[in-house]
Design a protein around this ligand. Structure first.
Ligand code: FAD
Ligand code: MLT
Ligand code: ZN
Length: 471
């Protein structure tokens, strides 16, 4: 075990009791490795406070003893942000016991809940009062709203409803010194100075522990129409997206894209999935319209895709005719993370670009990667409707850590340089964590990085919140 303050464990025990501590090394293990099995560390202890008061007590102790703290929600993050380092000196603070929904207010369209509530449980609670919480992603059965807020998660409904940031009205945060900031305001307007809420959203556990949130609910869509389309190239899909945005407006709820290589990977590694289209297409899209009124949605989608077929924008279309078929389309899309894990070791990129720059990026990046390594296996998929590509490169399963590290550095530079030249972002929705910390330093301007450092320093002067991550 790394260097620990002599009173630490005893004081933590006094703060959270037996039920709030995990000290056995086998029981701690799941908290010390991430979902991708890419990072493994060692914690001094795992603390699971039951509520905000216990979290505040834990943070006071850690502040006074200069003990580093890694906050963890569902541990599904893709950037290693929730994994402790190897020193054995870091405390993992798990929010899983803080899982109460505190209030539902259908008149205000808001839900107030604790940070450890699973995303799927929030969706279900909203549905129970005939409302809709739109945040949706493959990990929704195991990620927490605290983690979603801390990473400003995106997912499959951003083009219509925005990122997690747009879905939060208020926050409650335990600061690094143990003070509680009660910002649980359920307001849509509040111009009383600097926006502290937006500072904590996306801060990846480096500024404080989010303990609760007020979330914005939406009217529940009762109708949806879903289609799978095949296209010759990514340029065609970008054109189709613009066309459908113009004709379907707000009703366009999802526009997900994957390359033929991505689809082939899913078909090979995920059970019970079948290709939706008979022929071969270089690019595929899963498109969904949704509305609070049922009439005419399928006709609108069929009309739009019919025009695209006639104009040659797309090559083939399958419009879903049943709930089961819709589910089968989404099962393909949601299988991509699993398929990549099974098929190899991925050099992951999570980039954002103006949608109008996506096609040129894809052509340039592919040419540059192939010039560096002719047989490179590019797995290009993502949320085209948001200008967010998961532009990954897949290496064989038996790739050694050394080769993986060297290849990652090489491919990062190629891909991220093109992204930077387009004024894009090297982290669209997965956050920086430890995966992109050095890349962030490389690409952020001095001014921007300096401002971030000053904020960090003023909120966390003892540098105990998630050291080694993000900044
Ligand atoms: P964790 O992994 O536990 O933590 C993530 C980060 O947040 C860490 O830095 C941690 O320190 C910090 N943190 C967690 N809770 C708190 C808190 N209460 N207060 C302060 N800091 C905290 N992400 C997307 O954006 N879009 C997707 O489409 C998407 N799809 C996914 C599909 C799969 C199959 C998987 C496994 C992951 C996917 N992800 C996606 C990534 C991940 O699910 C999200 O980043 C999610 O928001 C993380 O939530 P979590 O509770 O698991 O957080
Ligand atoms: C997705 O869009 O499926 C996710 O962000 C997960 C991933 O990149 O594997
Ligand atoms: Zn994604």
């Amino acid at each position: 075990m790394g260097h620990l303050h002599p009173d630490l464990l005893q004081r933590l025990h006094a703060a959270v009791g037996d039920a709030g501590l995990v000290s056995d090394s086998q029981a701690k293990a799941p908290y010390e490795t991430d979902w991708l099995k890419k990072w493994t560390g060692r914690s001094s202890i795992v603390v699971r406070p039951a509520d905000t008061a216990q979290t505040a007590a834990v943070m006071r102790i850690c502040h006074e003893t200069h003990t580093p703290v890694v906050t963890q929600g569902g541990n599904t993050g893709m950037s290693g942000g929730a994994t402790p380092d190897g020193s054995g000196a870091q405390v993992v603070l798990s929010t899983v016991r803080m899982n109460a929904i505190r209030a539902l207010d259908p008149l205000n369209d808001t839900l107030t809940c604790e940070a450890g509530v699973l995303l799927a449980n929030i969706q279900a609670a909203a549905q129970a009062v005939d409302r809709f919480f739109p945040l949706s992603l493959g990990a929704e059965g195991s990620c927490t709203i605290g983690g979603n807020l801390a990473t400003n998660a995106g997912g499959i409904a951003v083009l219509r409803y925005g990122n997690t940031r747009e879905l939060a009205l208020g926050l409650e945060v335990v600061l690094p010194d143990g003070r509680v900031w009660d910002g649980l305001r359920a307001l849509r307007k509040d111009n009383t100075g600097y926006d502290l809420r937006d500072l904590f959203i996306g801060s990846e556990g480096t500024l404080g522990v989010i303990t609760a949130a007020v979330l914005k609910l939406h009217p529940r869509p009762v109708a949806r129409a879903t289609a799978w389309v095949g296209a010759r190239d990514i340029d065609a899909l970008v054109g189709l997206l613009a066309q459908l945005r113009a004709t379907c407006g707000e009703r366009l709820a999802a526009f997900e894209m994957m390359s033929a290589e991505s689809l082939a990977l899913i078909l090979a590694h995920v059970t019970d999935v079948r290709t939706p289209l008979a022929g071969a297409h270089a690019f595929h899209a899963l498109i969904e319209l949704a509305d609070t009124q049922g009439d005419g949605l399928a006709a609108l989608l069929e009309g739009g895709l019919g025009d695209a077929l006639e104009q040659g924008t797309v090559q083939d279309v399958a419009v879903s005719v049943s709930g089961a078929q819709t589910q089968s389309f989404w099962k393909i899309r949601e299988g991509i993370s699993q398929a990549q894990m099974r098929a190899g070791k991925a050099v992951k990129h999570d980039i954002a670009l103006p949608i109008s720059a996506i096609a040129a990026f894809a052509h340039e990046a592919e040419a540059a990667l192939r010039a560096a390594q002719p047989d490179v296996r590019i797995i290009n998929f993502g949320h085209l409707g948001d200008g967010n590509l998961h532009y990954n490169v897949l290496l064989p399963l038996d790739t050694t850590p050394e080769v993986l590290a060297a290849t990652t550095a090489q491919f990062n530079r190629i891909v991220h340089d093109i992204v930077a030249a387009t004024n894009g972002s090297i982290s669209a929705e997965h956050g920086v964590g430890q995966l992109r910390r050095d890349e962030l330093r490389h690409y952020k301007s001095e001014v921007e990085f300096d401002l971030m450092m000053r904020i960090k320093q003023s909120l966390d002067p003892n540098q105990i919140m998630n050291p080694g991550k993000l900044i």
